[in-house]
Design a protein around this ligand. Sequence first.
Ligand code: C2E
Ligand code: MG
Ligand code: MG
Ligand code: MG
Length: 282
Amino acid sequence: AKQLPGCSYTFYEEKLPPNEPPAPSVLAADIWTALKLSQFELYYQPRIDLASGQIVGAEALMRWNHPERGLIMPDDFIPVSEHTGQIVPMGFWAIMQAGRDLKTLHSNGLRLEKLGINLSFRQFQNDTLAETIKRIVSLENIDTNILEFELTESSLFSDDLHVKHSVDQLCSTGIDFSLDDFGTGYSSFSLLQKLPVSTLKIDRSFVAGLPDNSGDAEIVRAIISLARNMKKRVIAEGVETEQQLAFLREHQCDQAQGFLYSKPVPLPAFMKMLRASASAHL
Ligand code: C2E
Ligand code: MG
Ligand code: MG
Ligand code: MG
């Protein structure tokens, strides 16, 4: 077991058994180094409450500050790390870091209702998922009411016993779940029955066609009314235009997230935004 810098406890083993042959990428070898040298960083994208216009939450999104390649985006390293199993310790790191960033917010008098953290299907294949999360949450003193784990439908598609066990255990922590990229998977409706999901995040491919594409508009309307009937929060992802926003407001979507408001930004920039949002609504 290895410790990370600035962390008094361990949450990963040096070698994780890959479940498939390693991906043909030079990046995989660098990921351990990146964890040890703190090259990963969480960026934050605000979630805006459409009724008040205020920032009420955020999503934490991983970035890799690579010494030679510069800023690497998740699509270029998450799939590799899922392949090798390295997403497991990276995911634990993200929860620890999010907890520390929340503390920074609080000590600056700033608050969030919810902070979304993405979980990969690979993390559910790890027997110690819930146990380790409980340990991190308690050692870092994280308020579990603020956390919300973002799951994609594919992350839970498997009928694997490990997955079921992990989900049950995770439910016992009381941490909320949201369904990410909602509408794009295979088993949305059955998952809604199986999991104590509190939030639906409408996939941005449907938001992109608003308001003119009648197919997309119908789907978005349907997801919003499904969420309302099931007493769940609904968030539109990938909101880029005023027209999309107007449609979502008109149909009483709860929250929006997208480039129209802000791209994901580093913590200091996010804190500035949050401060401005709070003072505009005093
Ligand atoms: P996601 O969880 O669906 O995150 C939303 C993605 O949409 C982010 O991309 C965000 O930058 C992007 N986005 C937000 N608003 C807009 C918009 O208005 N227009 C467009 N075109 N894009 C928008 P990002 O940060 O590149 O992350 C991509 C994916 O990587 C995430 O999709 C998530 O599946 C994965 N990911 C990121 N961080 C983590 C992590 O810490 N753990 C895990 N397991 N996966 C992560
Ligand atoms: Mg997400
Ligand atoms: Mg998403
Ligand atoms: Mg996605």
